[in-house]
Design a protein around this ligand. Structure first.
Ligand code: IVH
Length: 684
């Protein structure tokens, strides 16, 4: 075939294939058999192989997927993928706005961009020199999975960022030049109708249906065989960028316009908002039309438009201060409580859980709801057999709102907290500690506690041991192979192979994953130990302040309290934990297994304000107090409330008060606002 004939045939094949895609995906009414469709695609692929210059990025061959992978690679995001703080009402939206203005030290209204909050899963697309080179899931925000092959099959994802001269239909439209490197972020979703069709087809073929469009989207994207993803009707809406090199923007709105001009799909309901009241109206409006949208959303997101302000506001923990998600009121449903069972947690707390007649609520089938504790059950007078209203807000665990009193028949049974631990193989005494609502099992050998403790140790935010989920941990504990987290590191292949349904390959994978966990970042190790009140954030603070586990273990409760964000209760819990002989034994065992107890990276240069304490007085004109505090902390310093022996600098703003006098008397350095900013700038 000559070049010209090939071109004609290729064009006609593409048109035919697009037609059949539409019949299959959008109309659910295929005209030809799958095998015939494959033949068309095959012919097109062959022709394109012969005439590679005729390949275009939008050719259906570019989107059919590739042979299956063994597993996904891990991707460390160049810029972390943050999550959003939540608001649930008009008032909480306004409170967010007030916080921003207080932080910035300004009364001017803030301009926002208001967007629907799409209910799918977040992905990151890396374009280098305009070509899509890497696509990944959000994962835990720091690292995700490499799903490039799968993302390439989604029609809404451009494989190239077009150069402006290639877009002849819009000459001189001022389209931004292609940057050297840019990460584009957005949400992969499945439209409701496509979801319905997919589920119908699955049921017909005897496959289990997906619970909701979000699960369907996630399940489809995380296929090792991208050819399966290619046949799933996924789409993508872009709403942010990560790392960007060779291009800069002034506003979030400008970013969205540029993405749209490049051919990315940007949600058509996104609006600029001149102030917070406009956002509140938007929240109501979107709430009203929500049910009529072709895709699912679970709220709105508002973002400060000005990128300089975004930068000043920064982030706390894992969420930016410049954006908030405002969720829609939860959805409720009615069902019946069939039983109330007890779950025993890591710290021995007994949590009553309602087992309910399964009910659909907000697109998800729910059959369990936590009842929190005995007081809560008494307060709501919840009994076994009751008809109840349950509620689910976003991805939050469902909860019982109230009992439908009129449905009572008199046979409902009140719940009684057991006196001994119901966990098989435990049976220890259950006590209610003074001042606590919780009942605890006091057995130190309680299998449930051991299981939960080890599962926590291996979980995502902790040592993140792949393949060691709840099921595996239960199996190992039940088989008597492990009794504490340290035992994991002494497991042998032989022991694992003795377990039910454990093949050579999975055993060696698990051992490798455990071995990889031997050099954890210190904060994750501290979090993994499961000390009461020590979450991920506190663990980070403790790690930064002490540098090694040994230093942390040696600290007294008083010393611990000097660490930022650590109060007396946490300090006592930490010190108490390291006095407990059983805990020390586990730590010794971890040490002998070769687990390292140090910071992963030590700062080569200490932060410039390390060990320095600042106290502010009066009003700053250039920024709010919180922003100034964040600035000091970002340079390693601390901010105190009052002038004490440990104060190094007092920063005096307008109308400074008595703190100045005190500083003068104690000979503490006093900085005016200018001097303070000069000091911070020279240290940045
Ligand atoms: S912006 C720093 N915009 O919500 C802000 N996120 O809780 C990063 N999401 O992981 C996200 N719609 O999966 C942003 N219009 C929107 C969104 C959106 C949905 C999801 C996204 C993200 C999560 C954050």
């Amino acid at each position: 075939m000559n070049h010209e004939a090939a071109r004609t045939r290729i064009e006609s094949l593409r048109a035919t294939i697009l037609h059949h895609n539409r019949r299959y995906y959008q109309l659910d009414d295929p005209e030809i058999a799958d095998a015939d469709y494959d033949l068309l695609l095959r012919e097109l692929t062959d022709l394109e192989t012969e005439f590679p210059d005729l390949i275009t990025p939008d050719s259906p061959t570019q989107r059919v997927g590739a042979p299956p992978l063994e597993k996904f690679g891990a991707v460390t995001h160049r810029t972390p993928m943050l999550s959003l703080a939540n608001a649930f009402s008009d008032e909480e939206l306004r409170e967010f706005d007030r916080r921003c203005r207080r932080f910035l030290g300004s009364d001017d209204p803030i301009r926002y961009v208001a967007e629907p909050k799409l209910d799918g899963l977040a992905v990151n697309l890396l374009y280098e020199s305009g070509r899509l080179t890497l696509g990944s899931t959000r994962g835990d925000g720091a690292t995700g999975e490499d799903v490039t092959l799968n993302l390439r099959t989604i029609p809404a994802i451009p494989l190239f960022i077009p150069r402006s001269e290639d877009r002849s239909e819009t000459p001189g439209n001022g389209m931004a030049a292609v940057p050297g490197r840019i990460e584009v972020r957005g949400e992969v979703c499945m439209e409701r109708e496509a979801f319905r069709i997919l589920n119908r087809r699955r049921t017909e073929q005897g496959e289990p249906p997906f619970a909701n469009p979000r699960n369907a989207a996630a399940g489809s994207l995380r296929q090792l065989d991208s050819r399966i993803t290619a046949r799933r009707p996924l789409t993508l809406f872009c709403y942010a960028i990560g790392t960007a090199e060779g291009i800069s923007f002034r506003t979030h709105g400008e970013i969205l316009r540029t993405l749209a001009a490049w051919g990315f799909q940007v949600n058509p309901l996104i609006r600029p908002a001149a102030d917070i009241e406009t956002c509140v109206q938007y929240y109501h409006h979107i709430g009203q039309i929500r049910g009529a949208l072709p895709y699912e959303i679970d709220g709105i997101v508002i973002k400060v438009d000005d990128l300089l302000l975004q930068e000043r506001l920064g982030a706390v923990s894992r969420s930016p201060r410049w954006a908030v998600a405002c969720k829609f009121a939860s959805v409720q449903a009615q069902t019946v409580i069939r039983d109330i069972i007890i779950q025993v947690g890591r710290t021995g707390v007994l949590t009553p859980v309602a087992v309910m007649k399964p009910v659909r609520i907000g697109g998800v089938v729910v059959s369990r709801a936590t009842l929190h504790n005995e007081d809560e059950i008494r307060k709501k007078d919840i009994r076994i057999g009751d008809t109840v209203m349950i509620r689910r807000a976003g991805d939050v665990i469902p909860e019982v709102v109230e009992v439908v009193q009129t449905a009572r028949t008199g046979v409902e049974k009140p719940f009684i907290m057991p006196e001994t631990c119901p966990e098989p193989g435990c049976g220890s005494r259950v006590v209610r500690m003074e001042g606590e609502v919780a009942y605890r099992c006091i057995g130190i050998a309680c299998p449930a506690q051991i299981r939960e403790h080890i599962a926590h140790f291996a979980s995502r935010g902790a040592l993140d041991i792949e393949g060691l989920g709840d099921k595996m941990v239960t199996q190992l504990v039940t088989a008597g192979l492990i009794h504490d987290p340290a035992d994991l590191f002494f497991l042998t292949g032989e022991q694992l192979l003795g377990l039910e349904r454990m093949a050579e390959k999975s055993a060696s994978n698990l051992l490798a994953a455990i071995a990889r966990a031997k050099n954890p970042p210190l904060d994750r190790l501290i979090f993994a130990l499961g000390i009461r009140h020590v979450g991920e954030h506190t663990a980070k603070r403790l790690a930064q302040a002490h540098g090694t586990l040994d230093a942390l273990m040696a600290a007294t409760a008083e010393e611990l309290q000097t660490v930022r964000d650590i109060g007396p209760e946490v300090a006592a819990a930490v010190a108490g934990f390291f006095r407990e002989p059983a805990n020390l034994q586990v730590i010794d065992k971890l040490r002998s297994a070769g687990v390292t107890f140090r910071m992963e990276t030590t700062r080569s240069q200490p932060a410039p304000f390390t060990g320095k304490t600042f106290v502010f007085t009066g009003t700053l004109t250039r920024m709010g107090r919180s922003e100034a505090k964040a600035l000091v902390e970002s340079l390693g310093g601390e901010v105190g409330n009052s002038v004490t022996k440990t104060t190094d600098y007092v920063v005096a703003g307008k109308d400074a008060g008595s703190k100045i006098e005190k500083a003068r008397q104690s000979g503490i350095a006093i900085l005016d606002e200018e001097a303070f900013f000069t000091l911070t700038e020279s240290n940045r």
